[in-house]
Design a protein around this ligand. Structure first.
Ligand code: GCV
Length: 650
């Protein structure tokens, strides 16, 4: 039996006596149509189906059945929702619910900005979730399929209501047990999940293990250029599509962090991806191939190696050579989902390859859904980043423009949901799940608009009270950055856990994530003139900006350069003073969050209030600990005191 689960941003029903009935024009029988009718009864109190074309709510299916966009108008009798496909109409129903609850403007017309709007789950068959902070997997439990389709359905509706249209349901690190998912005996279980997602217009994908022909296929090789390997994959895909005709395709993490890949056979990623693409092509499937490929066995003594360079160095040479149903999936930054990184230089550089931008909703490096960290501002910065500086080559457009088939481009993110009754652990982390879907659908929404929508859909507050939560959310990314990541020095966190401070935790290890702090200065030198030459992977304009100390943005300075503690930033502060100031400010701001949240107690339901209050208390301890460790560490290294004489432990 499932626990009562939070209905999140769909919890409020529209009480509008004038929407007493609805009529569907050009109704067709389909799974999604049934969902539309179900949603109308769930979201709109009193709305009954009717045969009267003059009903207060008229939903019209026009056109050819393709396209996800919709239009909503106020009519004399009530409201009209129009779309060319059932999926569009479903999005329109959710849109009308949102607009009526949040008192948004009408008429309203919307087309998604990105074609693929995906969530990747890192769920394991044993029920654990790699980097999950909200309980166990909703799909699996102790090496069984959990089989609770009501939970999957509740989740599917949350996702569809924000515009998500694709999910992959198992970890990209595919262990032996999940490698078996593609075998016939498991396909019925995968099909049940896929069928529920289909009700909400969402396609299901599986992560696969590149060595599956060996692990589950009885072959002694997975060499992508051998005909028997290709034939094995052809059979596997044929079996999958026989059972699950609406299957989306495979996602592949290869030659990365211990996962097998084509390098084992001296083959390229082009060889590997194209072999799989040819196998799945007859069924209309796609291969999403991740660019998160790097050497995780580096020698910290060797300063010539630079993990940031890896994706570009490996994939640029293959631009234009992938099959039409291959999509490269590229993390937003060149390293790994830090709170501050530059954007990957592959955006804008890859010009002839389908591409998906990858974000992370689960808060691996950004507070584990204990610390509040609303990530939409960070995602927006990436989408709005101009890869050529001043040439309108924004990442949000480049990913479509540079994909030979723009329908095979889009955005994916690592999911954050688990069995916790509120889905995300910290109630405020729901705003990231909601915000991700909304932003990926409409890239022009502001972080604040999205936060306000979420707050208004979720709580019953006055505008002033709501603004206090919106303010916490919209400032929280900057605050988390302030106490954990000065000037883009990432990875000063506890190894593997990725929560809490451990400044040298990764410094003498194999992962290629070093801050190089010494008695004189700090930062990684990645310039062409003095360092690893990573800066040259960007367009000329961005290269010049990052290469030159005087133009490199402050917030990225230590990612690109090693500078003395006394180096004066463009802000006018020295690096060491910036470190002290931001760490004191970050911890103070969390104390303010606590006071603000406590002031809202009378206006919030007890569960939400306590859930967030308990987490803010932990966040405060965390922030104070980060502040003291970082300040002490850099004080001991530099010997330079805080200009304001604040307490720094020595
Ligand atoms: C699923 C980081 C995480 C890993 C994750 C990996 C990836 O390294 O720490 O847990 O593996 O990214 O994106 O594949």
């Amino acid at each position: 039996m499932s626990k009562t689960r939070d209905l999140c941003w769909l919890k409020k029903r529209v009480h509008q006596p004038d929407i007493s009935s609805y009529y569907i024009k050009n109704r067709r029988d389909s799974v999604v149509m049934k969902t539309i009718e179900r949603e109308l009864s769930l979201l709109f109190e009193d709305a009954e189906p009717s045969d009267d074309a003059k009903s207060p709510l008229v939903l019209s299916l026009t056109g050819d059945g393709t396209g996800d966009g919709y239009e909503i108008e106020k009519t004399e009798a009530g409201y009209a929702v129009t779309a060319s496909s059932e999926k569009g109409l479903l999005y329109g129903v959710f849109g009308l619910h949102r607009i009526l609850i949040t008192k948004g403007r009408l008429p309203f017309k919307s087309q998604p900005d990105q074609s693929i709007r995906m969530i990747n789950h890192w769920d394991n068959f044993d029920g654990s979730i790699e980097r999950g902070y909200a309980g166990e997997s909703i799909y699996y439990d102790r090496n069984h399929f959990r089989g609770d389709m009501e939970i999957v359905r509740s989740y599917a509706r949350l996702l569809a209501s924000t515009g998500i249209n694709a999910v992959s349901v198992n970890n990209v690190n595919v262990h032996k047990k999940e490698t078996f998912f593609i075998k016939s005996e498991n396909l019925k279980e995968i099909r049940k999940i896929a069928d529920v997602f289909s009700e909400y217009g969402i396609r299901t994908y599986l992560s696969i293990n590149f060595a599956a022909p060996i692990v589950v296929g009885g072959l002694d090789t997975a060499d992508p250029l051998l005909p028997e390997v290709a034939a094995w994959w052809e059979q596997v895909t044929a079996d999958i599509y026989k059972e699950i005709p609406q299957f989306g395709g495979f996602i592949v993490k290869a030659d990365s962090e211990g996962e097998p890949g084509p390098f084992t056979y001296d083959r390229t990623h082009e060889d590997g991806a194209n072999m799989l693409a040819r196998a799945i092509k007859p069924f209309g499937g796609i291969i999403i191939w991740r660019c998160f490929v790097y050497n995780c066995g580096q020698d910290w003594r060797d300063r010539s190696l630079d993990r940031a360079r890896a994706a570009y160095d490996i994939f640029m040479a293959h631009d234009g050579k992938f099959e039409g149903n291959v999509i490269l999936q590229i993390k937003n930054g060149p390293i790994d989902f830090q709170i501050r990184e530059p954007n990957s230089p592959l955006f804008g550089a890859l010009r002839k390859t389908n591409q998906i931008l990858e974000f992370q909703i689960t808060q691996e490096y950004t507070g584990h859904q204990v610390d509040i960290c609303y990530l939409v501002p960070m995602w927006k910065e990436t989408l709005d980043f101009d890869t050529c500086y001043g040439k309108d080559a924004f990442i949000k457009n480049e990913i479509k423009k540079n994909s030979p088939d723009p329908k095979r481009s889009g955005i994916a993110a690592v999911g954050s949901a688990g069995m916790d009754a509120n889905w995300t652990g910290n109630k405020l982390a729901q705003a990231n799940l909601y915000g991700y879907g909304r932003l990926v659908w409409d890239n022009s929404l502001s972080s604040e608009e999205i936060a306000r929508e979420w707050v208004n859909l979720t709580f019953e507050l006055t505008e002033d009270q709501a603004s206090k939560i919106v303010d916490i959310l919209t400032t929280s990314r900057g605050v988390y950055e302030d106490y954990t990541c000065p000037l883009a020095v990432g990875f000063m966190c506890r190894p593997n856990v990725h929560y809490g401070a451990d400044i040298d935790g990764y410094e003498y290890d194999r992962w290629g994530t070093y801050h190089y702090a010494d008695r004189n200065g700090v930062g990684r030198e990645r310039s062409v003139a003095r360092g690893t030459g990573y800066t040259r992977q960007y367009s000329d304009a961005r290269f010049r900006e990052y290469e030159d100390l005087s133009t490199c943005p402050d917030e990225l300075l230590l990612f690109f350069h090693h500078v003395p503690y006394t180096h004066v930033l463009r802000s006018g502060k020295t690096v060491i003073q910036h470190i002290y100031d931001t760490h004191f400010a970050g911890a103070e701001k969390v104390e303010q969050y606590e006071r603000t949240w406590e002031s809202l107690e009378p206006f919030l339901d007890e569960e939400s209030y306590t859930n967030v209050r308990d987490r803010i208390k932990k966040q405060k301890e965390n922030a104070i600990n980060w502040r003291d460790q970082i300040n002490t560490y850099f004080y001991r290294k530099s010997g330079i005191s805080d200009a304001h004489g604040r307490k720094i432990y020595d």
